[in-house]
Design a protein around this ligand. Structure first.
Ligand code: ARG
Ligand code: GLU
Length: 714
């Protein structure tokens, strides 16, 4: 018995190790055969990988379109009903909202096809076929230098796309993978008539707002519904009232069975960018130099905004979206830095690099690749001040201070006048005025000034001294702010509009006299002459090294090393298990939440944590219909070990048999370093449970007719 026990313990230990190693990674759906297929089976998948991707018959990929280039989505009925996040459809919901019909505030539900709302500039793109075209793209490039090689690759890509077999309404694109060690062709179909069907109120779809953003435990019903329309032949078409609901090759059935710890989960979507193969020196730089700088500068900006927003309801409304935009990545970088430290990413990378060096020795590849790591070290050291300067400059000029970004825009317009002449200048004016109108709608000069004062002080204190402009070498931030905001025309819409109403000559003259424009000019000239050229030159060298480093990693790897390509906004499969985590010593998080948590967080009238009356009513009566659990709870969100990033918002979370169980919308804060280093212990993606989505549609909104259109699996 003892031996048996010990055997089991060892076996368990081994399988736990294997399972750990088996998570993370964003895989190409057409290349899952082999290692991935085996892992997915081990984790409990009951489909075969040809059910996920198949060119000869319908498969899951036919129901997972890219949503407007930035988010993911899925088709959930045979009439083109499409599900994505509330925060992905936010712009469209806002666009249709007026004071009388505020769909952000109250939600929106079309009662029939005729009430569905068309959207300008909204498209969804389906993938028809994925082909590896590496050989054709790299043909004839072997002996070329970097520049010639880039040009030849560009020509080859154009040729391959031209030659690819596709229908008249289809398109081809080729994307580099593994830093250009692999090229893949995507044949796609883009639908441009996509209509808004339903959205919950923000108090459900954005419940918890910025406070809960990136946070677990989570209680957000982050979903919205659209419908894809096609022409009479079921093909993509521009908007027309004669278009009809698209009949998809596949749509996801929705499971009502629910999830529990350890269940298989697969997420299928379009992750944007990751950097999983950086050398240790690069990770060190992000962790110790770049992140602290951009967190620090946003820190001071957000603190000022928050102070004013708390005191003044008008300012709160004006600054809500800007604050959310600045706070989203500010919060992400803080979590990322903590996670990198906690998981010892730099030390782990250094260990891997030592192994890499040893393997080179052993395999006689040292002559080929032996110089990579020392070269990385030298280049990253050299680029550090420029990288820091470039990041601080972007934050100062474009992210946090309206005065400077507006001044920069005016300088751009002056460039148009300079380079393209009066006619181009005149024809661009209207566009610029429109942009300024939008900016000043959400601007308060007092707040902008207070932000400027703190941000410019942070900037000057943290820039490498040799790259700091003269005007900021000895200065008083308060005095500078007073001077700029008292004398510049760029602090108000009227001021800017007046400048734009001048004759081209006068515009140029007065622009040069403006104190804020002068500062913006000095800053941008420093960047354009002293910072960016060097940054770009070194970065190009780093990218070339990274391509060679990636090639070496691929050559030396065994399949069990699980080398997946970094995210590049193409369709990927990631898989894992439903799992909670331990964010800190003594704290354990479970993998699921329920509506109980919404009521625990409820703050009447609060802009983040208010709960609509109808939802409170349903909660009080425990009126969950067929969507609640046997023990009377309403499930809300859940976690898994799937490896996701920005762009995966709206991705379907799929069970072992290909049914939809959840909708991806976020990651946990402690695990956001998964963009650089995935650690299965603390990296988790956050999904809203499909049962909650259906409950909100059916019981909360009374739109059960939409549920009737779906296929439910009990
Ligand atoms: N953190 C999520 C994602 O990057 C959701 C962002 C939208 N929500 C918000 N509260 N800002 O992008
Ligand atoms: N909210 C992100 C998005 O819009 C997904 C969260 C993440 O970065 O994983 O794509």
């Amino acid at each position: 018995l003892y031996y048996m026990k010990r055997f089991f313990r060892i076996a368990l230990f081994l399988s736990a190790m294997v399972l750990h190693a088996q998570q993370g990674g964003m895989w190409i759906p057409s290349l899952l055969e082999g290692m991935n297929a085996k892992e997915m089976k081990t984790l409990g998948m009951k489909m075969s990988v040809t059910d996920i991707y198949n060119v000869n018959k319908s498969s899951l990929k036919d129901a997972a379109p890219h949503f407007n280039g930035g988010c993911s989505s899925e088709i959930i009925s045979d009439r083109g009903l499409l599900l994505t996040n509330h925060h992905c459809g936010y712009g469209q919901i806002q666009e249709h909202s007026t004071l009388e019909h505020d769909y952000l505030e109250h939600g929106f539900w079309a009662k029939n096809l005729s009430e569905e709302l068309p959207n300008k500039d909204l498209k969804v793109t389906f993938i028809v076929r994925i082909d590896d075209v590496t050989a054709q793209v790299l043909k004839g490039t072997e002996s070329l230098n970097e520049q010639e090689k880039a040009r030849r690759i560009e020509q080859n890509i154009a040729q391959v796309i031209k030659d690819a077999s596709k229908e008249a309404w289809q398109e081809g694109t080729i994307k580099p993978f593994y830093y250009g060690n692999q090229y893949i062709l995507f044949i796609t179909e883009t639908f441009k008539d996509v209509r808004l069907v339903g959205a919950p109120p923000s108090s459900i779809g954005k419940f918890g707002s910025d406070t809960d953003n990136w946070v677990w435990p989570r209680h957000t019903g982050d979903f919205s519904l659209f419908r894809v329309y096609a022409d009479k032949n079921n093909r993509p078409a521009e908007y027309s009232k004669d278009n009809v609901p698209y009949r998809p090759k596949h749509f996801f059935p929705i499971s009502l069975k629910g999830v529990k710890e350890d269940d298989f989960v697969m997420v299928f979507g379009y992750p944007g960018t990751t950097q999983e193969y950086l050398p240790a020196v690069a990770v060190e730089q992000i962790q110790n130099v770049i992140n602290p700088a951009r967190i620090g500068i946003r820190d001071v900006a957000l603190k000022v905004q928050d102070e004013y927003m708390r005191k003044d309801q008008g300012i709160k409304i004006k600054y809500a979206a800007k604050f959310a935009r600045i706070a989203n990545y500010w919060k992400k970088w803080i979590g990322e830095t903590k996670g990198l430290k906690k998981s010892d990413a730099v030390a782990l990378k250094k260990q891997q690099e030592e192994k890499f060096a040893q393997t080179l020795q052993r395999t006689n590849k040292k002559a080929h690749y032996g110089q990579l790591l020392p070269q990385f070290a030298a280049l990253y050291k050299e680029i550090e001040p420029y990288n820091l300067a470039y990041n601080l400059y972007s934050e100062l000029m474009f992210r946090n201070v309206d005065l400077l970004s507006n001044a920069f825009r005016l300088l751009q317009l002056e460039q148009v006048l300079e380079n393209k002449g009066v006619q181009s200048f005149e024809s661009r004016k209207a566009n610029f005025l429109k942009i300024f109108e939008g900016v000043f709608k959400d601007n308060d000069p007092q707040v902008d000034k207070a932000v400027f004062e703190k941000v410019i002080a942070f900037y000057a204190a943290n820039m490498p001294k040799q790259l700091l402009i003269k005007s900021l070498q000895h200065f008083d931030a308060k005095q500078l702010a007073d001077k700029l905001y008292a004398n510049s025309s760029v602090t108000s819409y009227e001021g800017v509009a007046r400048l734009l109403s001048l004759s081209p000559e006068e515009f140029k003259n007065q622009l040069k006299q403006d104190v804020a424009v002068q500062l913006a000019l000095e800053l941008s000239q420093m960047n354009d002459t002293q910072v960016y050229p060097t940054y770009e030159r070194l970065d190009t060298q780093i990218q070339a090294l990274q391509r060679t480093y990636m090639k070496a990693i691929l050559e030396l790897a065994k399949p069990s090393d699980r080398i997946f390509p970094d995210a590049n906004s193409t369709l990927r499969v990631t898989y894992g298990k439903v799992a909670g985590y331990v964010p800190a010593d003594g704290v354990t998080y479970s993998a699921t939440t329920t509506l109980d948590g919404v009521m625990e967080k409820y703050v009447p009238g609060d802009y983040e944590f208010d709960v609509p009356a109808r939802l409170r009513e349903l909660y009080a009566k425990k009126d969950y219909g067929r969507y609640g659990t046997k023990d009377g709870k309403m499930p809300l969100c859940f976690l898994s070990t799937c490896h996701t990033t920005g762009g995966n918002s709206g991705s379907p979370a799929i069970d072992a048999r290909g049914n939809l169980i959840g909708l991806n919308f976020d990651r946990v804060w402690e695990g956001t370093m998964s963009d650089i280093h995935y650690d299965p212990k603390i990296c988790r993606n956050i999904m809203v449970d499909m049962r909650y989505v259906l409950f909100v549609i059916d019981k909360y909104a009374g739109a059960g007719y939409l549920v009737d259109e779906m296929k439910l699996v009990k």
